[in-house]
Design a protein around this ligand. Structure first.
Ligand SMILES: [Fe+2]
Length: 279
């Protein structure tokens, strides 16, 4: 019981430290209203920014979906962002980006419009895989994006059942030049044990470069990173938490260099892939 109390206290202290640090940078959120399944009204958008700011986030990328369900409209995004900035007294700095669904049409359009979908119109771009199919030529697709100076950031692979079967491919895509973002709430167990276990395996093998909230609403999926920061700091050290929630996301905003943490296992080898038990 004492240990539980101490752990809870430790978590809340680290959470508090994350808030004090006050420069958490969140590269994935759905705070712009009326664009997708995120915020529905301007008031809700304003409330989400307030929640983010109170949890220590200073910079937030609004990343509406570009998917068969939701049309991606850059002009409307800029309009909504200006509206939100005017209505909210700017408690956090906002940037544009996209939750880019990896589909044939989207890929073709991105190759024709190189900064349409990237974060802050720089080099990095969130890439969300379908839950139903993983293209066998994903490495080739990533190669084409990289050649066009668009760097894919694979979003929440831990939440995709097909990607959870593809640890080795993820590692190869990272070697090729892609990066990985996990959802903060996955670390807290909100997406189930399989997602959490996969996050742990990714972290262990140095395959996580960012935490992001993927915030959609105030109640179930808030745009906050402080608890996830505390979770990483407690289990893997504050330096890694800082890298995943502050320095790497900052580098994305400016098109700078993203760092990777040293691995526990040293150089990657095929051996650990064999040890990783598929769910
Ligand atoms: Fe998202």
């Amino acid at each position: 019981m004492d240990l539980v109390r101490r752990t809870r206290r430790g978590n809340s202290i680290l959470r508090f430290l994350a808030t004090l640090e006050s420069n958490l940078v969140d590269i994935h959120s759905h705070v712009l209203y009326g664009m997708d399944d995120g915020a529905r009204t301007l008031e809700e958008s304003v409330a989400l920014l307030k929640i983010a700011a109170e949890a220590g986030t200073t910079d937030l990328v609004a990343t509406p979906h570009a998917s068969p369900q939701y049309k991606f409209e850059p002009a409307l995004i800029r309009e909504r962002m200006a509206e939100l900035e005017a209505a909210s007294d700017r408690p956090v700095r906002l940037y544009t980006g996209c939750d880019f669904h990896l589909s044939f049409d989207n890929i073709e359009d991105a190759l024709l419009n190189r900064r349409k979908y990237t974060i802050n119109q720089n080099r990095y771009m969130l890439v969300e895989f379908s839950d139903l199919i993983i293209f066998h030529n994903t490495a080739e697709i990533f190669g084409r994006l990289l050649d066009a100076d668009m760097v894919p950031i694979i979003t929440h692979p831990e939440r995709n059942p097909l990607l959870r079967l593809r640890m080795e491919e993820i590692s190869k895509w990272v070697e090729q030049g892609a990066y990985v973002q996990v959802t903060g709430q996955s670390l807290l167990g909100h997406f189930g044990k399989k997602a959490l276990d996969f996050c742990e395996a990714l972290l262990k093998h140095n395959l996580v470069h960012f935490l992001a909230s993927d915030g959609h609403n105030a109640k179930h999926r808030p745009p906050t990173l402080d608890s996830a920061f505390a979770w990483v700091a407690q289990r893997h050290g504050e330096a890694l938490a800082h890298m995943l929630c502050v320095t790497n996301p900052q580098a994305v905003l400016t098109g700078g260099t993203v760092e990777a943490a040293p691995t526990e296992t040293g150089k990657s080898s095929r051996k650990w892939f064999q040890k990783w038990r598929k769910p």
